[in-house]
Design a protein around this ligand. Structure first.
Ligand code: ADP
Length: 252
């Protein structure tokens, strides 16, 4: 099987004034199709830098990156942007939705840059993507009419509408309460069960355990890399939450 991400001795050095900041000091890692990798590590350990490189937002200083069988480590900015638009979906901590724009329009946006699709086809695909994250009844809602969890689901639908090979998520539950975090992790687990490859940055150990593998960074290097042996299941946990809530209503 061809890895989705295959990086070799990845080095990224930022020049800040006279000083070189060595953000990645030689990372070698393969992510296979269908994996759900949680990237953890202290602040400053290089997680975001790795995600930038993996997401084709930037190029390594040294080292190789083969994305889905294609060497992307030397591509120029325009070529990187094309690869990014076709192969990668992004989800961020702050949702990054446009205000005064409906859920349907947000999800249509990535399709404006890709293959030329008729408006009708675009809307149909956007509606299907929103339906897949449980927002089929909220197509016309603006972000301020949606909860945090619903906004993140719009962002997930937007990330997936071009059917990328890889979903990259940077602290996607960082702005969400516990229960909503579990809901969002439930969506990631469902998508992953359907075959989507996911790499997610989190500093929360319990969030990492929804994945299949935990890679921990330290000082720009991989410090540990292990499978998740006892995986958390968001669907089961949500049912337990609901039962608990029902008991509390009964007791009141
Ligand atoms: P993390 O996401 O684990 O907090 P980062 O990848 O953001 O780690 O940072 C790794 C190191 O690289 C840190 O020392 C940080 O200050 C530095 N760094 C990250 N991005 C830049 C940048 N654009 N310019 C200069 N230094 C940077």
């Amino acid at each position: 099987m061809t890895p989705v991400i295959s990086v070799r001795d990845l080095v990224k050095t930022y020049r800040v004034g006279e000083v070189d900041v060595r953000a990645l000091r030689g990372v070698t890692l393969d992510v296979m199709p269908g994996e759900f990798v949680a990237l953890t590590g202290p602040s400053g350990s290089g997680k975001s830098t790795f995600m930038h490189l993996a997401g084709c937002l930037d190029r390594p200083t040294f080292g190789g990156y083969v994305l889905n069988g294609r060497d992307v480590s030397q591509l120029d900015k325009r070529a990187l942007a094309r690869v990014r638009n076709r192969e990668i979906g992004f989800v961020f901590q702050g949702f990054n939705l446009l205000p005064r724009t409906t859920a349907l329009e947000q999800v249509e946006l990535p399709m404006l840059y890709g293959a030329a699709l008729a408006g009708k086809e675009r809307r149909a695909r956007a509606a299907a993507a929103l339906d897949a994250v449980g927002l089929g009844a909220r197509l016309d809602h603006h972000p301020n009419q949606l909860s945090g969890g619903q906004q993140q689901r719009v962002a997930i639908a937007r990330a997936l509408v071009n059917q990328p090979a890889l979903l990259l998520a940077d602290e996607p539950t960082g702005n969400l309460d516990t229960r909503t975090s579990i809901e969002v992790m439930g969506i990631f687990q469902k998508l992953n069960a359907e075959g989507l490859t996911i790499v997610l940055v989190t500093h929360e150990p319990d969030i990492a355990e929804y994945g299949t593998r935990i890679v921990s960074f330290r000082d720009g290097r991989v410090r540990s890399d292990r499978p998740v042996t006892v995986r958390r299941g968001a669907a089961v946990e949500l049912r337990a939450y609901e039962e608990q809530a029902a008991l509390e209503v009964d007791a009141a």
